[in-house]
Design a protein around this ligand. Structure first.
Ligand code: DAH
Length: 347
């Protein structure tokens, strides 16, 4: 039996030496040490041997087995090193086409796209976009809009004040709670007829949920001229909502209190999901509130140096995120600012 063992040893040492690749080596390994491998099967015949023979053969068997394993391991390493060397001599260049295909091309954020579309609609009617600061004075955001300090109406806005001794024109600073802070600028820096709009971020100390964000957008429209009335407000509300939601939408004005308008209204659109029957989206009411609006209060006109006996004005504050959610069927307002690519790439 030791002759057989020596044969195996010789035969396989040659095979291992001439193996060209790792696959050859795997086959050699299996024919030696696999389930029916020659080395695996050999000990089954040990039972035929007497004690003396076994004493001699046992250590020889182990020695040959270990040698073959070791030689296979060394050859495997050598084959690997040869293939690395071959790779080193090859010239590598980046496959440019594949890389380009992976580049993302960005696009406008859905809310920005919606706001640009909205601005275009009013632009066609002669409304011009103006800016107003996101950090503003208490005066511009509240006081001049007929909301004095300590007036209970302030509770309508959960305000983020800036905790600082910094004051501008002796007025505290805050994060604007609405785009209505653009009103006093629009009125005092322009002569009627005035047709202006302001779109941008507003901030409130909100409990955030699927319909409320602490950082959100508003869209303010201001129109002042001789003889402007609630009829203009009704007509323009309808015109605007039809251009967004289609001809079928119906609009109603319901009385609502805002200190800077008189009368003040909520602008509702007939729920586009249930057509007024009442559903989950409109909370069973059949109507969705899309804006606050009204006739600009005489005190506000006067603060802007406009004579309320000669001129009158209307103003709205729309919620573009709310409108975009309805138009595109978006269920959670938080998605807009989430940076969630899966959401953004749908647009
Ligand atoms: N600024 C109001 C708000 O944030 C909305 C609003 C109501 C704007 C009436 C207006 C207005 O211009 O006339 O709730």
């Amino acid at each position: 039996m030791d002759i057989k063992l020596k044969e195996i040893q010789q035969d396989y040492l040659n095979k291992i030496k001439t193996a060209k690749n790792l696959k050859d080596l795997d086959e050699i390994f299996l024919s030696l040490f696999g389930k029916n491998g020659e080395v695996t099967l050999l000990p089954k015949q040990f039972s035929q041997l007497d004690k003396e023979q076994l004493k001699k053969l046992g250590p020889l068997f182990n020695q040959v087995k270990q040698e073959l394993e070791k030689v296979i391991g060394n050859r495997r390493q050598a084959i690997r090193e040869e293939s690395y060397k071959a790779l080193e001599n090859e010239e590598f260049t980046l496959p440019p086409l594949r890389w380009e295909a992976k580049q993302r091309t960005g696009h406008t954020h859905p809310l920005t796209a919606f706001e640009q579309h909205t601005a275009k609609i009013f632009n066609k009617l002669g409304f011009v976009q103006i800016d107003a600061p996101l950090i503003d004075t208490d005066y511009n955001n509240f006081e001049v809009l007929n909301i004095p300090e300590n007036h209970p109406a302030r509770d309508l806005w959960d305000t983020l004040y800036i905790n600082s001794n910094l004051k501008t024109q002796n007025s505290k600073l805050l994060l604007r709670t609405h785009t209505s802070n653009s009103q006093i600028r629009a009125l005092s820096q322009n002569k009627p007829p005035i047709r202006l709009m302001n779109i941008g971020r507003c901030f409130r100390y909100e409990n955030v949920d699927a319909r409320h964000e602490h950082t959100f957008e508003q869209f303010e429209i201001i129109y002042v001229d001789k003889g402007v009335s609630m009829a203009n407000l009704q007509y323009l509300s309808e015109y605007f909502l039809k251009s967004i939601f289609g001809e079928d939408i119906k609009v109603r004005l319901k009385p609502k209190y805002y200190p800077f308008v008189e009368p003040g209204v909520g602008v509702d659109g007939l729920c586009i999901f249930c057509k007024g029957k009442g559903c989950r989206v409109c909370g069973g009411i059949g109507w969705l509130e899309l804006a606050g609006a009204g006739m600009i209060h005489p005190n506000v006109l006067r603060a802007g140096d406009i004579d309320p006996k000669e001129y009158s004005g209307i103003a709205w504050g729309f919620g573009p995120a709310r409108m975009a959610m309805i138009k595109y069927g978006i269920e959670d307002i938080r998605l807009f600012n989430s940076g969630e690519l899966a959401f953004l790439e749908k647009f």
